[in-house]
Design a protein around this ligand. Structure first.
Ligand code: WTA
Length: 699
């Protein structure tokens, strides 16, 4: 399945100094290891597992599973009988076994330049233990779900590791999501605790996070399912804005105590508007007060391999997000191994992944992968464009970053400003560049490779999903000759196939559905609280396979090329959104009777949202209504889902059975007149009307 030979021409190779000393130095070695990972998984992963701490060793098979719905329930079980703790492996084990206590775990770089912190492995362990004790003191126990809604601060890592330490299950909600989205996720995972922060700045924009969190908590109360406690980190300001001295709040509202020292960041922040910080003494607790009195020692909870580690929500094609559940041992091995081999991690690396921890990329490649390897990482709170277009490269030089991982959307955004902002900085520390989140177009790949990496750094185009836990199709930087835009070949333990519509495996050059034939340690185990949905979403369509939902092409050299989603999912700036989710936000507006949403190509975001709305009788379409509808989507889901285009659709193209023909709408959104076969259309007169009403800005 892996080709015997890969082309040596018209491909890109790693420079010799990277090849020397690389974990996987050439394609032959990759093939040899790949074969071993498939034929003798016990041996392959067993060797890797030796580098980790196990309280008890596994007794059963390395991987036991059923991938075929026709043969019974789908299950994946890894390392039965083993007990461990991922937080212990990420911190204590590195400190005691590898003597890394004084090594920097994170360089934190704030939104404002000059706003920075450094935390070593030992300091991180102390903070985590203290907070783990805090969690216990507020009643969190093994197996309890804890919702985390925080900006990109070290305490976010502390909170997630503290959960992992005591066997609680974290459910991190990206801090760009709305109150409604947070509420929905808290309810679905039945969290007893929410951890949040007062607020943060993204560029110039203030986000009053606690205000949004309170809105979500109120919605939970209204549903009769109150969250017992909310711990708030004071990130933005020392002064509690609602303290009696600062505002006429009722005296019952206790402020969080002041922190002692003023730092440069406080000075910057003083001149900016303060976050609104509502405070409910019945529920709210101050992070700093709780941590102050807590002990720095906390014995980890030894977890079974298949104990849940975290839930992370991802969009579902029905509109309701799915709580993807990952478990302890398999995820740990997979996140650690992919990190080590895909970035060819070396002990003196400074690694930087620009993703937010609120997404899977941050879970696997900011927290768990780098920390289990004892790596030093940059943790960045800000934006690539703030205060100017050079910010990323300034940070690369400042910390002498060697391995850099970002998204195609960020590359395309920066590309628009040309090479000058990049060339203001040297970037000569860089060795490997990576991308994730969506297909990277060859132009963006070339720019990244030539301008950012000066043709000296391989680009690892890593294809994976929230569900896969870690990279599944990816080059290895020293071993795989690269083709711009191709995610190349499978990672160890992963067996991809391409199926046609009838579920037959295609051989050789072909295009179809990308599926996987067997599990690897990091694959999700279930949809939280809904195993049936797990089976229906990923295993029903083609029994015997995990179905990714992505289309894929294999070329004459055996390289895999992801062609994009083939379900009702959109990828906006590397974030998956379901069309159903946006449609349901639109129809909640009293003026809307029906809505249909499709993707339209966008030069920076990859895809943008184009919405067709049918209004109820008697309501006139207006720009005011349009603004209201866009705002409604923002409020329901979050800013990432804000529609770019909207148009009045008095009628939608439907089949006789009433199914909306999205294929036709996609053409209208793109202003493409050749609609293909429309013989199944119930009423063809809607087409002209839809073309006439096209959104004028969608040229
Ligand atoms: C897309 C992000 C092409 C794909 C880690 C997938 C990609 C979805 C790539 C998962 C890539 C991610 N090339 N497409 N290198 N990486 N995708 O769950 O459609 O947020 O199914 O996980 O992003 O998005 P998710």
């Amino acid at each position: 399945m892996i080709p015997d030979k890969v082309p040596q021409e018209d491909v890109y190779h790693a420079p010799q100094d990277l090849v020397k000393g690389a974990h996987v130095p050439n394609f032959e070695k990759y093939k040899e290891l790949y074969l071993k990972s498939i034929q003798s998984p016990e041996e392959f992963w067993g060797d890797i597992a030796k580098d980790f701490f196990w309280k008890t060793k596994h007794t059963g098979k390395f991987l036991d599973y059923n991938f075929d719905v026709t043969k019974g329930n789908i299950y994946i079980q890894c390392m039965e009988g083993a007990t461990t703790n991922i937080c212990y492996n990420a911190l204590d084990w590195n400190i005691h076994q590898r003597n890394l206590g004084d090594k920097v775990a994170f360089y934190w770089e704030g939104n404002e330049p000059g706003d920075e912190l450094k935390v070593t492995y030992r300091e991180l362990l102390h903070q985590v233990c203290k907070f783990a004790n805090v969690l216990k003191s507020v009643g969190v126990r093994k197996g309890d779900r804890v919702s985390i809604y925080m900006p990109m601060v070290v305490e976010l890592v502390v909170a997630m590791l503290a959960c992992a330490r005591i066997g609680a299950v974290h459910s991190i909600v990206f801090a760009g999501f709305s109150a409604e989205s947070l509420f929905e996720r808290i309810m679905d995972s039945q969290c007893s605790l929410l951890i949040t922060a007062d607020g943060f700045y993204r560029g110039d924009k203030l986000i009053s996070l606690k205000l949004i969190a309170d809105d979500a908590l109120q919605r939970c109360r209204d549903k009769g399912v109150p969250v017992e406690k909310c711990i708030m980190l004071k990130h933005l300001s020392k002064e509690q804005p609602d303290s009696p001295a600062a505002s006429p709040s009722p005296p019952a509202k206790r402020p969080c105590p002041d922190l002692q020292q003023e730092t440069p960041k406080d000075k910057v922040r003083k001149i900016r508007p303060k976050a609104q910080v509502p405070w409910n003494p019945e529920v709210d607790l101050c992070w700093h007060t709780l941590v102050d009195g807590a002990s720095e020692e906390c014995e980890p909870e030894w977890c079974a391999s298949e104990d849940p580690l975290f839930i992370l929500y991802t969009s579902g094609s029905t509109g309701k997000p799915k709580g993807v559940l990952h478990t302890v041992s398999g995820y740990m091995l997979y996140a650690a191994t992919t990190f080590k081999l895909v970035f060819d991690y070396q002990p003196d690396d400074v690694y930087w992944c620009t993703a937010d921890i609120g997404w899977i990329t941050g879970h696997s490649y900011i927290t768990y992968g780098p920390l289990t390897n004892g790596a030093t990482s940059v943790l960045f709170e800000g934006l690539p464009t703030y205060p100017d277009m050079s910010r990323m490269w300034e940070i690369v030089d400042k910390y002498q970053v060697t391995k850099f991982y970002t998204a195609p959307t960020a590359i395309r955004l920066l590309m628009k400003y040309g090479s000058a902002p990049v060339q203001k900085f040297r970037r000569d520390s860089l060795k490997v560049l990576g991308t994730v989140g969506e297909p990277i177009n060859p132009e963006a790949w070339q720019w990244y490779y030539s301008v950012v990496g000066e043709k000296k750094c391989p680009v690892v185009d890593t294809f994976w999903q929230t569900e896969t836990g870690g990279h599944v199709l990816t080059p290895l930087p020293a071993a795989t000759p690269m083709k711009p835009g191709s995610a190349t070949f499978p990672f160890f333990g992963v067996v991809p196939a391409i199926l046609n519509e009838s579920g037959e495996e295609l051989e050789g050059p072909s295009e179809g559905y990308l599926v996987f034939k067997q599990p690897w340690p990091g694959i999700m185990r279930t949809v939280y609280g809904n195993h049936q949905r797990f089976e229906a979403t990923y295993f029903q369509k083609f029994p015997g396979y995990y179905v990714t939902g992505d289309g894929c092409r294999r070329d004459q050299d055996g390289y895999f090329w992801i062609t994009g989603r083939i379900d009702d999912m959109l990828n906006v700036s590397g974030h998956l959104l379901s069309t159903a989710e946006v449609e349901s936000a639109l129809v909640e507006h009293p003026a809307v009777s029906e809505a249909a949403v499709v993707g339209r190509p966008h030069p920076v975001k990859g895809e943008s949202l184009y919405c067709f709305v049918t209004l109820i009788d008697g309501v006139a379409y207006s720009t005011t209504l349009e603004t209201e509808l866009k705002q409604q989507v923002r409020e329901k889901i979050g800013a990432i889902a804000t529609p770019d285009y909207m148009q009045n659709a008095p009628g939608l193209p439907k089949t006789r059975s009433g199914k909306i023909m999205r294929r036709v709408l996609r053409k209208i959104a793109r202003n493409e007149r050749d609609l293909g076969d429309v013989s199944t259309l119930a009423d063809s007169s809607v087409i002209d009307q839809l073309f006439n009403n096209r959104c004028p800005t969608a040229v």
